[in-house]
Write a protein that binds this ligand. Structure first.
Ligand code: ADP
Length: 491
């Protein structure tokens, strides 16, 4: 089958007519629309054929826009014109509407080299541009958010931890200006390469796991004049929809002021408790002498009252000692005098002494740790006394306390159990924190500073053991601690 040239032209015309790309041909100085395919009519939002009309008549809304002058220029100069993402106003549904087009005006030359027509091809990129603009706006909002955030913030990109964004506060913290943006962190702040942060950031990038650290000290400042600052840091990985890490958000809160205040508070507590201790010790000495004198004089009533004073002074001394211990723990000055001793023998002696002052309670004891440990006996006594006191204090409705010692693996484990008010799940970890006290209608009736368990757990930790609790609210508590078994031979 042969195809003649008329067929060829009609095939070509169908191809142009059906092409999804808008195509039009303007001829002569009047810019007559000699050809415009369906897609171009759709782009113009015109249903009827505009062929044969002057462009300015077909699209009167082009007046005031640059396109007709540009077309005239193409005809005059023979130089093609190309535009990308250009804004074109067209009337759609009776209303001026703006679209974005990539388009070309290409001059067509006759044999004499004169422009006889301009070929216009176009692509409607409105949706693409709008999405891009929205993305840019959202990115701008994100940048503004970071810039105005009351935190030091930065965003890193890529495995070499390149600085994509850093707000003023972060740049200040680094002692750098905006010139570091775009650089890998190791180049941006060479100091960071020496500090552990870079390897942590790389790990976050590799593993996709966020990292947070509180009270991290950094030495900042220019030259040799480095000043210590404290920060809480978070490195959070940014992941694409497939879950692959492409960047990291870094947020840092300067808590230097808080740390300074905390230090002042600790120093104050240290000095205050130290100063309180001396007069209380001397008042206690006078009280004991006074009690003895009154007893000798036969004045039992007054002697008993002074005896009560003496016991209250013991409580006061206990509170002061707790404050002093906390201070020593914080400054790493809590002293230990370890010695080898048989655990059960020591426990029997301690509990005999401690139970003397607990005559309203029955203490059931089960000793099963006839083994040697290497620890500070006085400190272990302090821990047992604290757990016993708590067991009694927090079980107002019950008179029974159970104490047991056992050997489990390479440790001696002590358990002190009561049938008291118990501890809710959410507080079980927190009761070992400094100054933490459970609050509630039940609890506010019990006196205390919230230091006993903190001190006890620190003592046990220093002895190489651990402390934990098993309890349910309203169902009593079992406090446990373990310390390592250690024989004299060092086994
Ligand atoms: P304090 O007894 O001075 O408040 P502690 O550090 O010894 O301080 O205890 C912290 C908190 O733990 C207490 O305030 C109390 O709420 C809770 N707690 C401790 N021991 C017990 C116990 N045996 N039963 C119930 N709650 C307890």
């Amino acid at each position: 089958m042969t195809v003649d040239s008329t067929d060829n032209i009609s095939i070509l015309k169908t191809m142009f007519d059906e092409s999804p790309m808008p195509i039009a041909l303007y001829t002569g100085p009047g810019l007559i629309i000699t050809y415009a395919n369906r897609a171009m009519h759709r782009a113009w939002n015109r249903e009827e054929s505009q062929i044969g009309k002057q462009l300015a008549d077909a699209l009167p809304e082009l007046e005031g826009q640059p396109f007709i002058p540009i077309l005239h220029n193409v005809i005059a100069t023979g130089v093609a014109y190309e535009a990308r993402e250009d804004l074109v106003g067209l009337v759609a549904n009776g209303q001026m509407t703006y679209f974005y087009f990539d388009f070309t005006y290409k001059p067509l030359l006759n044999d004499k080299g004169e422009v006889w027509a301009v070929l216009n091809t176009a692509t409607d990129v409105t949706n693409l541009v709008r999405t891009k603009l929205q993305l840019e706006a959202s990115e701008q909002r994100f940048r503004n958010l970071l810039a105005d955030a009351p935190l030091s913030m930065a965003v890193y990109e890529g495995p070499d931890i390149r600085v994509l964004i850093a707000n003023d506060s972060m740049l200040n913290m680094w002692g750098k200006d905006e010139s570091v943006i775009g650089l890998p962190l190791a180049e941006a702040i060479p100091d960071a390469a020496e500090q552990p942060h870079l390897s942590i950031l790389k790990k976050v990038y590799e593993t996709g796991e966020a990292f947070h650290i509180d009270q991290q000290q950094l030495l900042l400042g220019a030259g040799d004049e480095k000043i210590p600052f404290w920060f809480n840091f978070t490195y959070k990985p940014l992941k694409n929809p497939e879950g692959k890490v492409y960047g990291i958000v870094h947020a840092a809160v300067d808590i230097s002021r808080l740390v300074q205040l905390q230090k002042q508070k600790d120093e104050f507590l240290g000095v205050a408790s130290h100063e309180l201790k001396t007069p209380v010790t001397s008042v206690k000495a006078y009280t004991q002498v006074l009690e003895r004198i009154l007893r000798a004089e036969g004045d039992v009533k007054k002697a008993d009252m002074v005896g009560k004073m003496d016991r209250q002074l013991d409580r006061l001394t206990g509170l002061i000692n707790d404050l002093l211990d906390v201070n020593k723990i914080q400054s790493g000055r809590l002293r230990f005098n370890p010695e080898y001793f048989n655990f059960d023998e020591a426990a029997i002696q301690m509990l005999d002494e401690l139970s003397l002052s607990m005559n309203n309670h029955r203490i059931h004891i089960d000793y099963n740790a006839d083994t040697t440990v290497f620890a500070d006996r006085e400190r272990i006594r302090q821990v047992i006394a604290n757990l016993l006191n708590n067991a009694i204090k927090y079980s107002p409705g019950s008179a029974d306390i159970w104490v047991s010692t056992a050997v489990s693996g390479q440790s001696v484990v002590v358990c002190i159990r009561d049938e008291g008010i118990g501890i809710a799940d959410e507080n079980k970890e927190r009761i070992f924190e400094q100054f933490f006290r459970v609050t509630g209608d039940l609890q506010h009736t019990f006196p205390g500073l919230g230091l006993g368990l903190y001190i006890s757990s620190e003592i046990i930790r220093t002895e190489g053991g651990k402390m934990w609790v098993d309890s349910a609210e309203g169902a009593g508590s079992s406090f446990f601690f373990s310390i390592p078994v250690r024989s004299r031979s060092g086994a």
